[in-house]
Ligand binder design. Structure first.
Ligand SMILES: Nc1ncnc2c1ncn2[C@@H]1O[C@H](COP(=O)(O)OP(=O)(O)O)[C@@H](O)[C@H]1O
Ligand SMILES: [Mg+2]
Length: 360
């Protein structure tokens, strides 16, 4: 999707894909739904010129495989990409679209192994049910069903039994000053947020570190060059002070998984057991999501590990970034994270697409 001024959000990632792609014998063409000529079925794509190190325009047939990196930034773009997919349904997409947080929660709950790791969650449908939920859990998160990047998220913590500490971020991701309110005031305070049917209410997992900041983990699960799922990596994220979210775009910092786990759990066997559980959950989730939504090439999973070492699944992201591995200096993981979608695409070309669709 073009940002204002025809800029592209992830151009530096696309450059890396082009560089690694070249080594594998793949040409990477970057285009948006706006660049498609429906009549001639061609795209006006950007191609990275390796000798001049610049992007050039090239008119070319629609490529055999599409890696959809469209971030919506609004309903208009969402419609644009939906239309593109509908009109070009025969193209081979590396990943099929997933669902909003509420639908995703319901679908993941169908799998008994995964369901054990899901925080209690309901769709906000009115004050009465919400207050009942608040009574059951010491800490509760309100999250937009279709939000991303830690926008419009509120945490309510029951402090005394009758009052709550309300903290969070507004739709523009700005930190909302902490407020003490009682249960009745909550829905009035959030009346402009249009919660009904648009927000999920979720059991809060205690994730506060000794310094008061919250944390969680981002795991990247990808298909490799043999079409098999692999855990590419997992990294910790620590939110900035006064934040109830840890997203990097909201000012969070990246920390190696082991560093965080060893700080919180001094016994090595415990750390190993937690990692094992997290990895199994990552694999189970990737396989199940694929079974339910159709073929996928990668997912990013937000994981929480509570003070007892229990692993919780907070969110499944269909278009994960890989920045977190660069930030913690895991160069190999970062490289794998970029190369794997290309190797998987190559594997598809050799095995599937070429045979079934006659592209080759
Ligand atoms: N149930 C929860 N318990 C504790 N922290 C949570 C919970 N849900 C979300 N968070 C925090 O908020 C962040 C953003 O929530 P997430 O569900 O991943 O939405 P987004 O799509 O905005 O990233 C998480 O990375 C985590 O730091
Ligand atoms: Mg998230």
């Amino acid at each position: 999707m073009y940002l204002p001024g025809k800029r592209l959000e992830e151009l530096s990632y696309f450059r890396k894909l082009s560089v690694y792609g070249k080594k594998l014998g793949l040409e990477v063409l970057v285009f948006t739904p706006d660049d498609l000529d429906h009549v001639k079925n061609r795209v006006q794509a950007l191609v990275y010129n390796h000798s001049s190190r610049r992007w050039m325009r090239k008119r070319t047939p629609v490529p055999a495989i599409i890696y959809d990196r469209c971030r919506y930034h609004g309903i208009e773009n969402y419609h644009k990409i939906s239309r593109f997919r509908a009109r070009n349904s025969k193209l081979r997409y590396l990943s099929r679209p997933l669902a909003n947080k509420w639908t995703m929660h319901q679908i993941l709950s169908e799998n008994a192994e995964i369901a054990k790791h899901l925080p209690a969650t309901i769709l906000y449908s009115g004050n009465k049910e919400f207050l009942k939920f608040l009574k059951k859990h010491r800490s509760v998160y309100l999250k937009p069903r279709s939000g991303t990047g830690g926008r419009g998220i509120v945490r309510l913590q029951n402090t005394t039994g009758s009052t709550f500490l309300m903290q969070g971020r507004d739709q523009g991701r700005r930190i909302i000053p902490t407020q003490k309110i009682n249960a009745q005031q909550i829905s009035t305070r959030l009346s402009t947020w249009r919660l009904i049917g648009r927000y999920i209410v979720q059991q809060g997992i205690p994730l506060t570190l000794k310094d008061g900041r919250v944390h969680d983990f981002r795991m990247l699960v990808q298909k490799d060059g043999s079409g098999e799922w692999q855990i590419t990596g997992c990294a910790g994220r620590v939110g900035p002070a006064h934040s109830v979210t840890s997203n990097l775009h909201g000012g969070g910092s990246a920390v190696p998984m082991d560093t965080l786990l060893r700080n919180r759990f001094p016994e090595k066997p415990k750390v190993d057991a937690i990692k094992e559980k997290a990895y199994t959950l990552g694999m189970d989730t990737a396989r199940f999501v694929e079974e339910k939504f159709g073929s996928q090439c990668e997912i990013g999973i937000d994981l929480a590990i509570d003070p007892k070492g229990k692993v919780w699944l907070l969110e499944v992201n269909p278009k994960p970034s890989r920045e977190v591995f660069y930030r913690i200096g895991e160069r190999r993981t970062y490289r794998n994270a970029i190369v794997r979608p290309l190797e998987y695409a190559l594997w598809l070309l050799k095995n599937e697409v070429g045979h079934t669709a006659g592209f080759l």
